[in-house]
Design a protein around this ligand. Structure first.
Ligand code: A3D
Length: 310
């Protein structure tokens, strides 16, 4: 029997997620949106079924607004919620998206209690915390997608700056999904060569700043709405690593219980994602400067989480 992937929210990111999950043949796909958008969800699903002969995939793709249709899902990816508009911070979305996450948590808890849940909705660090609190799911079953994207952006900018293949750029970004996130140049390599030996401090500082502001750069260009291709890919590789037990080490927002000196918050850290979900957090020995930057971002996340009052 095929695996089942439920996509809660069939907007910009949701529809790309559906296409990627189909192309990768991760399983059957259900796109769930609000009742007013049930027909567009059905339409997107049908369009993707009609793409299958050329896309060369086998999957049943359906649209719905009824949580019963996600019953028994193996993976749930949540993008339900408002995206930013130009001039907004992610925190400006708190009130409206917290209300939406409350509904989603109830629907997922009742219908797909065993699924690996990947949260994408912003403000990410608070929404993943709220979802975890509201469902009571174990920590290995709840992952926030942010560091995977922030790291993809960091790698892309490094490759663009140095004129090298992005495949050879490895690195990681820690912390919350906001302008205080912590790219780690010290641990970034290009084909095994340390970034710090082939780029100047000015170049590295510029790349770090661009990474921290990458989401905002796209929001400004769009004018309306936020990035969707790269967030979708970033969420799908987490799902794929789980479904195929690929055991990839991906920066994800995971519940820290002592790791990095953080307790009870979801923070972007390197995670092993395998058949049991978020199986392990890898701890890195940080320099004093990196520790100070991490503390700053943790403080920001703590404040946002407190606003959920959960
Ligand atoms: P959009 O295209 O508006 O799609 C959101 C969808 O959610 C719409 O189709 C809504 O109808 C639907 N929705 C709203 N309420 C509900 C509900 N109660 N139940 C089910 N569906 C609902 O937005 P988008 O896809 O561009 O972005 C989705 C979210 O992802 C936003 O909150 C963004 O801020 C966030 N986002 C996060 C990242 C990260 O890196 C964490 C990156 C980009 C976007």
């Amino acid at each position: 029997m095929r695996k089942k992937i439920a996509l809660i929210g069939g907007g910009q990111i949701g529809q790309i997620l559906a296409m990627l999950a189909a192309q990768k043949e991760l399983g059957d796909i259900v796109i769930l949106d609000i009742p007013e958008l049930e027909n567009p969800a059905k339409g997107k699903a049908l369009d993707l079924m009609e793409m299958a002969p050329h896309g060369n995939y086998d999957a049943t793709i359906t649209g719905t607004s009824d949580y019963k249709d996600i019953a028994g899902a193996d993976v749930v990816i949540i993008t339900a919620g408002k995206p930013r508009q130009a001039g907004m911070t992610r925190e400006d979305l708190m009130a409206v998206n917290l209300g939406i996450i409350k509904q989603v948590a109830e629907g997922v808890k009742q219908n797909a209690p065993k699924a690996l849940c990947i949260i994408v909705t912003n403000p990410l660090d608070a929404m993943v915390y709220a979802f975890w609190k509201l469902t009571g799911f174990p920590k290995h079953q709840v992952i926030g997608m942010a560091g995977t994207l922030d790291t993809a952006r960091w790698r892309a900018f490094v490759a663009m700056e140095l004129g090298v293949s992005v495949s050879d750029v490895a690195g990681t970004v820690l912390g919350g999904h906001g302008p205080d996130m912590v790219p780690l140049p010290r641990l970034t390599t290009v084909g095994g060569v340390p970034l710090t030996e082939i780029a100047t401090k000015e170049q590295i500082d510029k790349l770090a700043t661009r990474t921290r502001e990458a989401g905002t750069e796209i929001v400004k260009l769009f004018g309306k709405g936020s990035a969707f291709f790269s967030p979708a890919w970033s969420a799908i590789i987490i799902a794929e690593s789980y479904l195929k037990d690929k055991r990839r080490v991906l920066p994800c927002a995971a519940l820290c219980e002592g790791e990095y000196g953080v307790n009870g918050l979801f923070i972007g850290v390197p995670c092993l994602v395998g058949a049991k979900g978020m199986e392990k957090i890898f701890e890195i020995k940080l320099t004093d400067e990196e520790k100070a930057m991490l503390q700053k971002t943790v403080g920001v996340v703590q404040k946002t989480v407190e606003e959920t009052k959960l």
